[in-house]
Design a protein around this ligand. Structure first.
Ligand code: DQA
Length: 143
């Protein structure tokens, strides 16, 4: 099984960016933990980070033939990108949305996800564990 992991905009700045909200782990450290967990599960991962909405849409569109599940932290696009929502709905790859922070405990504009209704589910608020739990969920729904 192959799982695609997409980190959205500004997530390359983890470790430096708003550490009180997102913690001190870097994206590299998160990716290392994901790869280790995937290895234990016998699953192959491709991990990408993209700042641009169009690139994310393209990546999801081209993933439909080669991936069985998608794990995505859409960053700020979570709250308004109908294009990413449509891409997820269109490819029919089981998708799990993750967030480091609890988006429902933050500013009002972050409390809505336009992606969640087309995802299998969402994990929000557990830092690195959001990704690790999300990966387990993605694997179990794709099996
Ligand atoms: C985030 C939450 C979003 O609101 C924010 O724009 C991010 C990170 C999270 O992982 O908590 O970039 O997706």
């Amino acid at each position: 099984m192959k799982v695609l992991v997409i980190h959205g905009p500004n997530l390359s700045l983890l470790g430096e960016r708003e550490t009180d909200v997102y913690g001190k782990l870097t994206l590299e450290e998160i990716n290392k933990a994901l790869l280790e967990s995937a290895k234990n599960e016998g699953v192959e991962l491709e991990i990408v980070q993209m700042d641009s909405e169009g690139e994310i849409v393209e990546k999801i569109g081209s993933a439909r033939k080669s991936f069985q599940a998608l794990l995505i932290n859409p960053g700020a696009y979570t709250h308004y990108s109908i294009a990413i929502r449509d891409a997820v709905a269109g490819v029919k790859i089981p998708t799990v949305e993750v967030h480091l922070s609890n988006i429902y405990a933050r500013e009002e504009f972050r409390q809505k996800s336009v992606i969640a209704p087309v995802a299998v589910g969402q994990v929000s608020g557990f830092g690195l564990n959001s990704y690790l739990l999300g990966l387990k969920a993605a694997i179990s729904v794709a099996k």
